[in-house]
Design a protein around this ligand. Structure first.
Ligand code: SF4
Length: 452
């Protein structure tokens, strides 16, 4: 009998990928995806611990799900609830203590054990917690994925982090760096292309630290990209998220030599002040960042950059913040994510006694975001009049509109493009906004590179 599985995914693309794999793991037990909590037999919250108040959000969602669980119980039906992801890993059994109606708690490294956990939860009436970092990697234990992701697909190649930035929980929740074998990545990539993927984004918390086993040796991320580029039907390759320290010479070089590698890089810098970078334990300086950007621009002149910024890190002076503004002015970003520093329990920076006043953080964030918005708007405007290849893979906001991504990760909306859904098409950009561009299909130059 088919059972219904509802997964709510919080946070990053790695969690989106993990949620798909959880659905794969549960499929042999008869679970199929549901869009609503109400009719679900199993609800999984695949959580994220990066943002402030992550736990509060999970507990408030759990309260709502409990109401649905109670309704099912009144009808004599059962609903199992699992909390997975980084909040699951960080909070552990505390979740069941605070919310006893939660049946299972698991971490990002243990979701391959879900079928067994579900069996135990049914047998024992809940209370199942699995958080151990396994000695056998979960990737080796997961079934082949049968869920098509569409024209643009994610593929996890690396997990975990050994960098221990002083503000971040990832090394504690995802564990040490691990890279999947090249053969496993290639198999999965070919399967995704067979299911219609034209673009694959390689995922990892420190994806450019990739060092996967390859025929008795070790492959770098550049080696992996070179192999993936040989797959017929795969037209675009991206990777995220990278650390400046791991931008190796061969990776910089392949941006110039491999046309399937898209000219866009998300490279978090966090701050422009060496003093703050040191306190963040980032293991790079502003100068190293400038050097990498310059070398990438030499390798691929049209490459666009995105980054992450934290303002108001403990001890950040006015001068430190001005160094960040100077870095932004110098690099010129096409996109960026910026946040006020918030204390993550269990991290070294959380107990630093030089915390910055909220008012100061607010002012700095506003100034930084104004500058970043100006740069993003100007970057998008510079695309107007140009023709770019766009992968139209989803519905736009308006009737008859499709949305896709330019090579530079800009969202592009096109009216009346339904016949080209899932395809790469040439689009002439006619308008630019802060977060997107609009364009028209260049009919006589449509790339008839079909999705499958
Ligand atoms: S490199 Fe990234 S994932 Fe690793 S600790 Fe630093 S911020 Fe977290």
């Amino acid at each position: 009998m088919t059972k219904k599985l509802y997964i709510k995914t919080y946070g990053c693309q790695m969690n989106v990928y993990d949620s798909l794999r959880m659905a794969d793991v549960m499929a042999p037990l008869g679970y199929s995806a549901s869009d609503t909590v109400e009719d679900a037999d199993l609800v999984i919250l695949n959580t994220c611990h990066i943002r402030e108040k992550a736990e509060d959000k999970v507990y408030s969602d759990l309260g709502r799900i409990l109401k649905e669980k109670d309704k099912k119980k009144a009808k004599g039906e059962k609903m199992l609830i699992a909390v997975g992801g980084c909040v699951g890993q960080a909070e552990g059994a505390e979740i069941i203590h605070r919310a006893p109606y939660v049946d299972m708690v698991l971490g990002p490294q243990t979701y391959h054990q879900l079928p067994e956990m579900v069996t135990r939860a049914i047998r024992d009436g809940g209370g199942v917690v699995e958080l151990e970092f396994p000695t056998v990697q979960k990737f080796d234990l997961l079934p082949e994925s049968n869920i098509a992701q569409g024209a643009s697909a994610f593929l996890s190649v690396q997990e975990g982090c050994d960098k221990f930035c002083s503000f971040c929980v990832v090394p504690y929740t995802r564990g040490v760096e691990y890279s999947r074998k090249v053969s496993a990545v290639m198999d999965e990539a070919k399967r995704l292309v067979g299911q219609g993927a034209v673009e694959i984004t390689l995922l990892g918390q420190n994806v450019n630290a990739y060092h996967g086993e390859n025929k008795g040796g070790t492959a770098t991320l550049a080696d992996l990209i070179a192999q993936l580029a040989n797959i017929n039907g795969l037209e675009r390759i991206r990777y995220t998220t990278s650390h400046p320290r791991d931008m190796s010479d061969d990776l910089i070089a392949i941006h110039g030599s491999e046309p399937k590698l898209m000219p866009f890089l998300h490279l978090p810098v966090q701050s422009g002040s060496d003093e703050i970078l040191k306190r963040m334990n980032r293991k790079h300086t502003a100068e190293l960042y400038f050097d990498i950007i310059a070398r990438l621009r030499t390798s691929r002149p049209d490459i666009a950059f995105s980054s992450d910024f934290i303002v108001g890190f403990p001890g950040e002076s006015d001068k430190d913040f001005e160094d960040t503004m100077t870095l932004v002015r110098q690099v010129q970003f096409a996109q960026a994510y910026s946040f006020k520093y918030s204390q993550r329990p269990g991290t070294p920076a959380a107990v630093d006694d030089r915390q910055i006043e909220e008012k100061v953080k607010d002012e700095r964030l506003q100034r930084l975001q104004t500058l970043l918005r100006e740069q993003q708007t100007a970057y998008n405007a510079s695309g107007v009049g140009k023709t770019m290849s766009v992968l139209l893979d989803r519905d736009g906001k308006h009737e008859g509109q499709l949305l896709g991504k330019s090579p530079y990760m800009q969202s592009v909306h096109v009216q009346g493009a339904e016949p080209y859904r899932g395809q790469l098409v040439d689009v002439k950009m006619t308008g630019a906004f802060l977060n997107s561009l609009s364009g028209e299909i260049v009919e006589n130059t449509v790339n008839m590179r079909k999705a499958s």
